[in-house]
Design a protein around this ligand. Structure first.
Ligand SMILES: *[C@@H]1O[C@H](CO)[C@@H](O)[C@H](O)[C@H]1NC(C)=O
Ligand SMILES: *[C@@H]1O[C@H](CO)[C@@H](O)[C@H](O)[C@H]1NC(C)=O
Ligand SMILES: *[C@@H]1O[C@H](CO)[C@@H](O)[C@H](O)[C@H]1NC(C)=O
Ligand SMILES: *[C@@H]1O[C@H](CO)[C@@H](O)[C@H](O)[C@H]1NC(C)=O
Ligand SMILES: *[C@@H]1O[C@H](CO)[C@@H](O)[C@H](O)[C@H]1NC(C)=O
Ligand SMILES: *[C@@H]1O[C@H](CO)[C@@H](O)[C@H](O)[C@H]1NC(C)=O
Ligand SMILES: *[C@@H]1O[C@H](CO)[C@@H](O)[C@H](O)[C@H]1NC(C)=O
Length: 652
């Protein structure tokens, strides 16, 4: 007996225990107090009456280990427990292996002290009214083998950190409100169910062994065992292959000619064969003339998914249709890709983002090439105008601009094909999951991004004569070495004035709000906001600037005016030394760019020069020293961009 008590009552207990010591080994006093605290604070049915003068090991639903020294399991299924699980009660059962509170009316969130149940192996909480996000306390219970949270009111994503639970064999989450995509779960699960939630996206390969009923009733899950994730491209109405030219032989016509061959074998005449082929072609042509092309309304991705669910093979989708003759995927010269529209249709696609101009998909072609396909919506220009703008954009080749590789134009579909940039966007890097163990973007890399983006913009303006029109941090994509590339440029002319140019508030130059016209100078303004974003770490389109409705430039101006310059900078930059002067210099450049009067803003090529001059002023510290850019000469000059490695963002 090594239990120390500080109250008179405690002493009494010890004496009582000593008297019984022959019969009872010991009494899990800590656990008993925790259990009593739980029950006294939770409404429950009468039949759970724990006799506080007896041993907790004899109570209804409680099981102790062989020595009766700790509570091993607690099972209170369907005993009318109502309300939230009180904090700091069950979490104190430090030796607990099994906890079942299923089929009650427990509500609220799971208390965070559940993370202290480190030995827990099974947790059954199904059939309650528990809510909140997937409890982060549970992903720390690394011994869990079975976790049942089904039929509750949980919401939010299923976190990737469930992979912390490496011993898990059962994970039951059905009948909740979980949303987002399914993480890839590596544990060797035997039972798994996420049906009737609000999940979307593709089912990761590790979970594809489970039956369709484990995934049913979600928002938009796709991929094995459910219908395949359909390429972004709604297939036009099924009609026989249009292209009668001899090159592409579709499966369908192959079958037909096999039938023909049998016939010919009987007739055994070569002339007959030719005749038959002629006949088949004629027949097909007539067939086509007879069925008028159904004018289908624009099909949404979802309904395509549904369509595909009924058709078993890919060929039905792809071989279906496309007016390949007139509407081709048009590649630009010097491209590195060799695939056609049908390859693109067969690709597995994943939504990268939905923007105001349309949706972007990451498409992985069957041969392994990855590209980004942007599916434009609300294009107003004619085909001719579209093609003219594409020609302009296709010519833009610069290491700091994401190249447009191909486009597709039909009545219902306008697609653009770009290189895929696996390192993601500046926006994600700056604002993604702040705080939680991420590596902050350091100053050298921010400078590098600023300079790269400025060069890309200057190239657009000077050589390409193209207004970007949508400068924002999510349109600055990065190469793995943090070289920045501008993307999504020059699309405004396709949309007319019904869609506001530079649609993200916060980057929009003041005059653009009025005129709805983007100009070189309004690009410079947006670029200035981007620089401020790099410096402050604040997203200009988020109202995190204190006052409501105040934009980033005005916020910076107000802070700087009151001479708290240091306070405008991103706290993540505070750890670096000797950069203050550079930060102030860049801030000055940014402030020049965001002048309210367009004519007071510098031109993009001047901005580049100012940023370059800034670098040159440095000595050994900072950018040059830690920059691993091989193309930067030792004299600090940057050679012309052409000497760098050409853009390659294709993943194998
Ligand atoms: C509670 O337990 C004590 C000691 O084990 C026993 O004497 C008493 O009768 C029990 N009370 C009830 C209501 O069961
Ligand atoms: C009971 O306690 C003894 C000594 O503390 C230990 O050796 C034994 O393994 C325990 N038995 C069980 C079943 O926990
Ligand atoms: C877990 O237990 C430790 C020590 O018993 C305690 O200090 C801590 O507060 C507990 N954690 C939670 C989340 O209650
Ligand atoms: C689940 O939450 C929703 C919204 O908060 C609420 O309307 C609903 O009643 C809850 N369901 C249960 C079973 O508690
Ligand atoms: C994963 O488990 C470890 C203990 O093994 C814990 O320290 C960590 O916090 C857990 N991570 C998450 C995200 O729960
Ligand atoms: C899933 O849904 C969320 C919210 O509706 C959306 O942001 C996300 O892009 C979707 N993901 C996929 C892969 O469809
Ligand atoms: C998953 O749960 C749903 C709803 O409770 C059920 O209908 C389905 O049979 C379950 N599927 C599997 C594989 O357990």
């Amino acid at each position: 007996m090594a239990v120390v008590f500080d109250s008179g009552f405690g002493k009494l207990c010890v004496i009582a225990l000593l008297l019984f010591i022959g019969r009872v080994y010991s009494e899990p006093i800590q656990d008993k107090q925790a259990l009593l605290a739980f029950l006294s604070r939770t409404r429950h049915a009468n039949r759970v009456q724990w006799n506080s003068s007896g041993s907790a090991c004899d109570w209804v639903g409680v099981e102790c280990d062989g020595n009766r020294s700790y509570v091993y399991s607690l099972r209170l299924p369907g005993v009318g427990l109502v309300g939230p699980i009180p904090a700091n009660t069950l979490g104190r059962l430090s030796q607990l292996r099994v906890l079942s509170l299923r089929s009650n009316r427990l509500s609220g969130e799971i208390p965070s002290d559940f993370s202290n149940l480190t030995l827990l192996r099974s947790l059954y909480l199904q059939g309650n009214e528990l809510s909140g996000e997937f409890p982060s306390s549970l992903t720390q219970l690394t011994r869990l083998t079975r976790l049942d949270l089904s039929s509750n009111n949980f919401t939010g994503p299923i976190p990737f950190s469930v992979n912390n639970l490496t011993r898990l064999t059962g994970l039951l989450l059905e009948n909740n409100g979980f949303s987002g995509t399914l993480p890839s779960i590596t544990a060797d699960l035997v039972n798994f169910n996420v049906s009737n939630n609000m999940l979307n996206g593709s089912i990761p390969p590790t979970l594809q062994k489970f039956s369709a009923s484990a995934f049913a009733g979600n928002l938009d899950l796709c991929g094995k065992p459910l219908p395949p994730c359909i390429p972004f491209f709604p297939s036009p109405a099924p009609s026989p292959s249009v292209n009668p030219s001899p090159i592409p032989v579709s499966k369908k016509s192959k079958k037909l000619s096999t039938g023909a061959i049998v016939g010919i074998a009987v007739g055994s005449a070569v002339v007959f064969l030719l005749l038959l082929i002629f006949l088949v072609v004629c027949l097909k042509k007539r067939q086509r003339r007879q069925e008028p092309k159904p004018q289908k309304p624009p099909v949404t991705t979802r309904s395509v998914a549904a369509e595909a669910g009924t058709s078993s093979s890919k060929d039905d989708i792809t071989g279906a249709s496309i007016e390949t003759e007139r509407n081709k995927l048009v590649f630009f010269d010097g491209g590195v890709y060799s695939f056609d529209l049908e390859d693109l249709l067969r690709a597995s696609a994943e939504v990268l983002g939905k923007g105001s101009v349309g949706t972007s998909y990451k498409a992985v072609l069957e041969e392994g090439t990855t590209v980004v396909v942007k599916r434009l919506k609300d294009v107003v220009v004619t085909k001719k105008e579209f093609e003219m703008q594409m020609e302009v954009l296709g010519k833009i080749k610069h290491e700091n601009a994401v190249p447009l590789r191909a486009f597709y134009y039909s009545k219902d579909e306008k697609l653009l094909v770009y290189d895929y940039m696996p390192a993601g966007s500046l926006s994600a890097l700056l604002h993604g999951s702040r705080g939680s163990g991420r590596t902050p973007l350091d100053w050298d890399n921010r400078m590098r991004i600023a300079l790269g983006a400025a060069r890309g913009m200057a190239h657009l303006h000077v050589s390409g004569k193209v207004v970007h029109g949508n400068v924002k941090s999510s349109n600055i994509l990065l190469r793995p070495d943090h070289d920045a590339c501008v993307s999504d440029f020059g699309l405004n002319p396709l949309f007319g004035t019904s869609t506001p140019p530079n649609r993200v508030a916060g980057y929009r130059a003041p005059e653009v709000v009025e005129t709805r016209k983007v100009t070189f100078k309004s690009d410079v303004y947006s670029f200035g906001v981007l620089l401020l974003e790099l410096l402050t770490g604040k997203a200009p389109n988020q109202a995190s600037l204190g006052e409501e409705g105040i934009d980033l430039p005005r916020w910076v101006q107000s802070v700087v005016r009151e001479e708290w310059t240091a306070e405008v900078f991103d706290v993540e930059l505070m750890r670096y030394h000797n950069i203050e002067e550079e930060m102030v210099q860049l801030l000055q450049i940014a402030m020049a760019c965001v002048s309210t009067v367009p004519d007071q803003r510098p031109a993009m090529q001047e901005v580049v020069r100012m940023i370059e001059d800034m670098n040159r002023g440095e000595t050994d510290e900072g950018l040059r020293q830690s920059s691993d850019d091989p193309s930067k000469g030792s004299d600090g000059h940057t050679p012309p961009p052409e000497s760098r490695t050409p853009p390659r963002a294709i993943t194998p």
